[in-house]
Write a protein that binds this ligand. Structure first.
Ligand code: SF4
Ligand code: SF4
Ligand code: SF4
Length: 208
């Protein structure tokens, strides 16, 4: 099975959130839903010296993340209705809205908070990797829209070959990745390891 995934360059990303808005526009999402999130991760402090100078170790960077179309997707394994599907040709994980019973199990077991409820329609939704565009040989709209070229899309093995320096996760992603997320990340100099607890998500109210 081929496996598509994302590459994200945290050294390039400015946190502009064009990727988020391009996705929301394409999928006609209201203010209460987003399939891609940009986390502003920040922290550090400063101390005043006796001579009146200050030293600091503050940091801040961004993480743009959607569903990671995992190789061992907990959402698929645990869905009691069989609504979460992993496509055998592409590895894309998508939601069959016809059979979803909106129980929220997928959301509760996903380590990345990817599934979101469409409360009006009564089913769970999430990033489907723009599979209609991918079927036409195009990249997902979030990747196409990034003005900083911080996102790439492709076969995971090809992304890994092109970016040998990439890591599998950075904060605020969890340290454990039991679901096998298909994302590669270039660590910005300021970026912290996955599981870091020294920083915090500074734009928490924006995350839906
Ligand atoms: S569009 Fe690009 S630069 Fe802007 S937030 Fe998204 S990934 Fe970062
Ligand atoms: S990121 Fe979450 S919703 Fe997406 S495939 Fe992995 S477990 Fe499922
Ligand atoms: S791949 Fe498509 S659905 Fe997924 S976050 Fe990007 S624009 Fe949204």
């Amino acid at each position: 099975m081929a496996q598509y995934g994302f590459y994200f360059d945290s050294a390039r990303c400015t946190g502009c959130k064009t990727c988020v808005l391009a996705c929301k526009d394409r999928h006609d999402l209201g203010v209460d839903r987003a399939y891609r999130q940009v986390y502003d991760y920040e922290g550090g402090s400063w101390t005043a010296g006796a001579d009146g100078s200050f030293t600091q170790n503050v940091f801040m960077y961004h993480l743009s993340m959607a569903c990671n179309h995992c190789t061992d997707p907990a959402c698929v394994t645990n869905c009691p209705a069989g609504a979460m599907q992993k496509d055998e040709e592409t590895g894309i994980v998508w939601t069959d809205h016809e059979v979803c019973i909106a129980c929220g199990t997928c959301d509760s077991v996903c380590p990345y908070g990817a599934p979101v409820l469409d409360s009006e329609a009564g089913y769970m939704t999430k990033c489907d990797m723009c599979k209609d565009r991918v079927a036409e040989g195009k990249a997902p709209i979030c990747v196409e829209s990034c003005p900083l070229f911080a996102l790439e899309f492709g076969l995971v093995e090809e992304l890994a070959a092109a970016h040998p320096e990439a890591v599998g996760a950075i904060a605020p992603m969890p340290a454990d990745s039991p679901t096998g997320p298909c994302v590669l990340i270039r660590k910005a100099p300021a970026a912290k390891d996955a599981g870091d607890v020294d920083g915090f998500v500074g734009n928490e109210p924006e995350i839906v």
